[in-house]
Design a protein around this ligand. Sequence first.
Ligand code: PEP
Ligand code: MN
Length: 344
Amino acid sequence: MLELIAGPCSAESREQVLSTAKEIDSIDGIKWFRAGIWKPRTRPNQFEGVGDKGLSWLKEVKKTTSLKTMTEVATPFHIEKCLESGIDGIWIGARTTTNPFYIQELSESLKGVDIPIFIKNPLNPDIKLWIGAIERIKASGAKNIYAIHRGFSFADNGIYRQTPYWKMPIELKRLMPDIPIICDPSHIAGQASLVREISQSAINIGLNGLMIEVHNKPEEALTDSSQQITPSDLSTLLKELIIPQNIIENINPIFTIREEIDSLDFELINIIKQRMGLAIEIARIKKEKNIPILQVKRLDEMIIKRIEKTQGTILDKDFIKDIFESIHQESIRIQNEIIKDKNN
Ligand code: PEP
Ligand code: MN
């Protein structure tokens, strides 16, 4: 059984929370209602969540639906408030997981408390930081610990808001096989149209559940508006999700490897894109200084240096030579375009 969590990025009003929860409750299989009350915003002077009063709305969700409630905590004060109001679970956000001081404080205030705790991966792809946070929280005595894979921040995330970098949850599964991993496709996607495909990838590699941001009116959401889906979209997404047999407990190696291959290929495309960006930059300089585009000596040296890198590997020298000649040719084509273009 997949562990399914749905709800808005942020609790915004009592009406929004209750009506979204009611619709989510009517979808089969959803166990948890999520809503952020204290929001970690990257820039100041933005909506930072409704604060404590949102807890009473979550309490009403608990009373009026069959859903369990959860919110994000980042300080011992948040934990205290959540426990007072009888919340069922908490999650620790990516920005908090990044800092062992904060995690240690949270762990200390969780001593003797036994509610499910969901730990998001840190922003940067550092498996030790993620594992360290899980170990610290475990030390509080918590027995129900889950990890949440919500993607990682790279300088260039391509089509994603956060790069999925599937290698990382796979590695966590290998190193901590007892910790169930939930995927948060919403923060990976950054746009509603990608949520379904990322959810399927997560299931394909054998992750144990999904946390999806759902809002009754996504276009009016005060935070993460473009990535939230409606309850009816969620219902369709779950119906269309293909759950391969025998995969939930044991990661299927073929899917896992395919996801990694896709991921690496997308990274390659990104790198080539960056590489061609440099061609544009150099073309502008050559144009300004009136330097010819092609310097044969530079090409020969370039190819030799790259072939040297294949030593001791399975990579064939001719294969690498072909790839870089082709990349170089494309770079020359782009440079020619720039030089021809009068507006550049
Ligand atoms: C969230 O779940 O709304 C959130 C802020 O997530 P993250 O910590 O993954 O950015
Ligand atoms: Mn969000």
